[in-house]
Design a protein. Structure first.
Length: 365
């Protein structure tokens, strides 16, 4: 196995460098998707391209559960301050891969491809592993409709469990906060400030903000605690002598699995005079079931579990899942992004061992 793993690592490093050299910000993944598709074909991996997403299926027994390995191929735009060209990984030290997307989420992409290939090419995999579906998505960084949002429940309708690949240091996130951003508008009546006329929308907003500051959601998540809420922006007024008839403010909410975004919106509208409009209700919170074979396998392998504050494609799927991948989230969306070769090796080995160790008969839900 060691020689096979070493070959997979070397090929993963080479593929990752090739991916980095192709700029692939969200909504511009066509070229990198084509490159990965051609690479998979060269390795004998049959797959389907759906838009700028790639789906490969290794179904050995339709009666067995299906595990999805999911990672995203898009990146953010490069930030300022890079000390090297973010699209030229060829000059990096031998023990690492540098460049935009190396850590988030290229490391998970190539490690999941390697794990998928390991079982795809193994004669033993049919008896002791689940069916596998490899899904490489686009538009994850921008919550686009062309990525997992457009695939789930449509093209992907027979998935029972999932590992969402993100840079977690191969720790397993068993919960992930969602995201609900609300644009709030307080409506007043304008007037001349000298005569104290009108109804001040700014005061209405401030009263609502104070209510929001004091509000506590009653249900507490055993993994994530309470829902987090913060007012992060406010804007009102056109001149010093005009009573503002409108005040806009923004509410940033990080939900837990105890509430749907619709429930949170309704609860807050009940205590606010301002009009509340959500930007998106789809970015829900997620949590691994306590009796899930994913949770049990992580525990058996001694994998550290945690609650993740960042969002991912997990919020767009409804099956039981964990989030786990090589790299470090602290390097994401920052200058001089990198992942080490040792981290890639650990990712490949851990994915393979984890998949081998899964026992879906232990699902006690």
């Amino acid at each position: 196995m060691d020689s096979q793993i070493n070959i997979l690592v070397l090929e993963s490093v080479a593929l990752l460098k090739e991916m980095i050299a192709i700029p692939s910000p969200s909504f511009h993944e066509d070229e990198v998707c084509s490159h990965i598709s051609e690479w998979l074909t060269s390795k004998g991996i049959e797959h389907e391209r759906v838009g700028n997403n790639i789906i490969a299926e290794h179904i050995t027994d339709p009666s067995k559960p299906t595990l999805m390995l999911c990672a995203h191929i898009d990146t953010v735009e490069p930030c300022e301050g890079y000390t090297f060209d973010p699209y030229k990984p060829e000059n990096c030290p031998r023990d690492m891969v540098q460049g935009l997307g190396s850590n988030d989420d290229g490391a998970s992409v190539v490690s999941m491809i390697a794990a998928y290939r390991y079982f795809h090419n193994s004669a033993k995999s049919q008896a002791d592993t689940p069916n596998l579906t490899l899904v490489l998505t686009c538009e994850e960084e921008r919550s686009g409709k062309g990525g997992m949002t457009g695939l789930w429940g449509k093209r992907l309708s027979q998935i029972d469990y999932a590992i969402v690949g993100e840079p977690t240091g191969m720790k397993a996130a068993t919960s992930e906060r969602g995201l609900l951003v609300i644009d709030a508008t307080a409506h007043g009546v304008s007037g001349h400030a000298a005569r104290n006329e009108g109804k001040n929308a700014l005061y209405i907003a401030l009263e609502d903000i104070e209510r929001l500051r004091k509000h506590e959601f009653s249900k507490v998540s055993p993994k994530m605690g309470r829902v987090n809420l913060n007012v992060t922006q406010i804007n009102a007024g056109s001149a010093h002598n005009v009573i503002p008839d409108r005040c806009d403010f923004v509410i940033d909410i990080r939900p837990t699995e105890q509430y749907s975004n619709e429930e949170i919106l309704h609860e807050l509208q009940e205590i606010c005079e301002s009009e509340l409009k959500p930007r998106n209700l789809a970015n829900r919170s997620s949590a691994t079931h306590e009796d899930s074979p994913l949770q049990k396998t992580a525990d058996d392998m001694g994998i550290e579990t945690f609650s993740s504050a960042t969002t991912s494609d997990w919020m767009r799927i409804t099956c039981d899942a964990i989030k786990m991948g090589p790299g470090d989230s602290n390097r994401s969306h920052r200058k001089d992004e990198y992942v080490t070769v040792e981290e890639l090796k650990e990712g490949i080995e851990t994915y393979i061992k984890f998949i081998r160790s899964l026992d879906f008969a232990r699902d006690d839900r």
